[in-house]
Design a protein around this ligand. Structure first.
Ligand SMILES: Nc1ccn([C@@H]2O[C@H](COP(=O)(O)OP(=O)(O)OP(=O)(O)O)[C@@H](O)[C@H]2O)c(=O)n1
Ligand SMILES: O=P(O)(O)OC[C@@H](O)[C@@H](O)[C@@H](O)CO
Length: 436
């Protein structure tokens, strides 16, 4: 099947699973959804993200940097990791000529700032060099250039700060990790020649940083063979500029998406990060607050921290600004309008979430003008409107009981359901009314 841009843009990389519909997000351009306070540098910092490869080792048609994780291309997560850092001025993404339009679409669709795309080269070094050449005057002299593979989405500000400041001081710096396998040399006949003492070696990872002068001189002086077969920028800095890179141990999350299994691992890490917190809105009722209190303990024990508020007004509106999911508790006669109001508030708050948000409507009532089937239909209807806002809406029906044991069982059931829905974000259960 010929895969065109649209398909590529929307295609998940495991075609047997439906792609999450592409959605425009409501984040205001330029507003990053999180900037840890405290770190800053007193020199310009630009970033070059080589993303011009074909991802052959994944065995997929779509280059891995454009494969969708929770409805969003892998490269968008990496770009976001850099654009949320206030002391980084600009990001140059280097993509294959045939993917320039696709990259422009990703930048527009996910409202990325500071980012521009330039054409890549036939090898990774050629792509990086194209990216360095694309840096303008203000981004050149005296600046530090961070180079980072676009398929390494998990990079934090602290490490970027260490790499940038070390590169400014030493001319070059690179992240390293301990080797997990021993490195051996083979004979031409395919036998063991010798093995290296693993303790003396490290794996060279990304990000790496260079002063603009060092990285540009290294590429100006390197050989065609370097461009064609080389894999290590730090080596070029040493070989052609006499610059010994400062090496900085990074966290285990620095790994590069190389094989198809790495895409599944990356999506699982993102899902895990998204399921760590939720805000419970009780509507101010005593029974709602009691349920929320019981849930906070039970869901907390399952790995999701709950914050309980009566509404989202005044200082409670802080919940709208934080990453996290929502649980709306309704007590007594069912009012789908409460859900509609929350969906509208989440949209109006320009939630900077670049991935689906989970909203769970927990309805607690023993008698109701809406039958269970009526409420199930209401949840299904509301979930269609929610999906257009990149929100996954689930319903849970809870019948209060004066029998303490029975109530405790019901609360545990609601906690289990809530944890699973937030963690798994199952498309199949969207719009369903589950019975606790
Ligand atoms: N001509 C190239 C080749 C690679 N890269 C980028 O360099 C990074 C690391 O390279 P790698 O993991 O090898 O990516 P691919 O070359 O796409 O993978 P494969 O070797 O499996 O085809 C990736 O972000 C890739 O897009 C690039 O910008 N230009
Ligand atoms: O492009 P490849 O996946 O073959 O290699 C890239 C890696 O060599 C590179 O990302 C780090 O080792 C740091 O240089």
């Amino acid at each position: 099947m010929e895969v065109n841009d649209t398909d590529v843009r929307r295609e998940r990389c495991d075609p047997d699973r439906p792609a999450h519909p592409g959605v425009f997000l409501t984040r205001e351009a330029g507003k990053s959804d999180h900037q840890p306070a405290g770190l800053s540098v007193d020199f310009p910092v630009s970033v070059v993200l080589p993303a011009g490869g074909t991802g052959e080792r994944t065995g997929l048609r779509t280059p891995k940097q454009f494969c969708s994780l929770l409805g969003r291309p892998l490269i968008s997560y990496t770009v976001q990791a850099f654009e949320r850092v206030s002391w980084i001025q600009s990001v140059v993404v280097v993509v294959a000529e045939e993917n320039m339009d696709l990259m422009t679409d990703v930048v527009q669709r996910f409202r990325h700032t500071k980012v521009r795309a330039v054409p890549g080269g036939s090898t990774r070094h050629r792509s990086i060099w194209n990216g360095v050449l694309a840096l303008g005057e203000g981004e050149g002299e005296g600046a530090v250039v961070i180079v980072h593979d676009a398929v390494r989405p998990f990079v934090d500000e602290d490490l970027l700060y260490k790499i940038a400041t070390a590169a400014k001081e030493h001319g070059a710096a690179g992240a390293i990790r301990p080797l997990v396998s021993t490195v051996i040399a083979t004979t031409s006949e395919g036998y063991l020649d010798h093995s290296l003492e693993r303790a003396k070696y490290r794996a060279s990872e990304m990000p790496q940083g260079f002063t603009y002068d060092v990285i540009s001189r290294a590429y100006q002086r390197c050989s065609e063979s370097d461009f064609e077969f080389g894999t290590e920028c730090l080596h070029l800095a040493l070989q052609y500029c006499g610059t010994n890179a400062k090496l900085i141990q990074g966290p285990p999350t620095l790994w590069k998406v190389t094989y198809k299994r790495d895409l599944a691992a990356a999506e699982s890490i993102i899902k895990d990060a998204l399921s760590r917190s939720a805000c419970v809105i009780t509507g101010g009722s005593a029974s709602g607050a009691a349920l929320a209190g019981a849930l906070r303990e039970a869901v907390g024990a399952l790995g999701t921290e709950l914050e309980v508020v009566p509404d989202l007004r005044g200082e409670n509106a802080r919940c709208l600004a934080k990453e996290g999911n929502f649980i709306l508790v309704s007590v007594g006669p069912s009012r789908p309008s409460e859900v509609e109001a929350l969906l509208t508030e989440l949209e109006a708050a320009n939630r900077a979430l670049l991935h689906p948000l989970v909203v769970i409507w927990v309805h607690m009532s023993d008698s109701d003008e809406l039958s269970v089937s009526g409420r199930a239909a209401a949840v299904m209807d509301l979930s269609s409107a929610a999906k257009l806002r990149n929100i996954l809406l689930y319903g849970i029906q809870l019948h209060p009981s004066k029998d303490a044991e029975r109530w405790e069982r019901s609360v545990s059931r609601v906690a289990e359901l809530t944890s699973v829905l937030i963690r798994d974000r199952s498309p199949a259960l969207v719009g369903q009314l589950l019975q606790a």
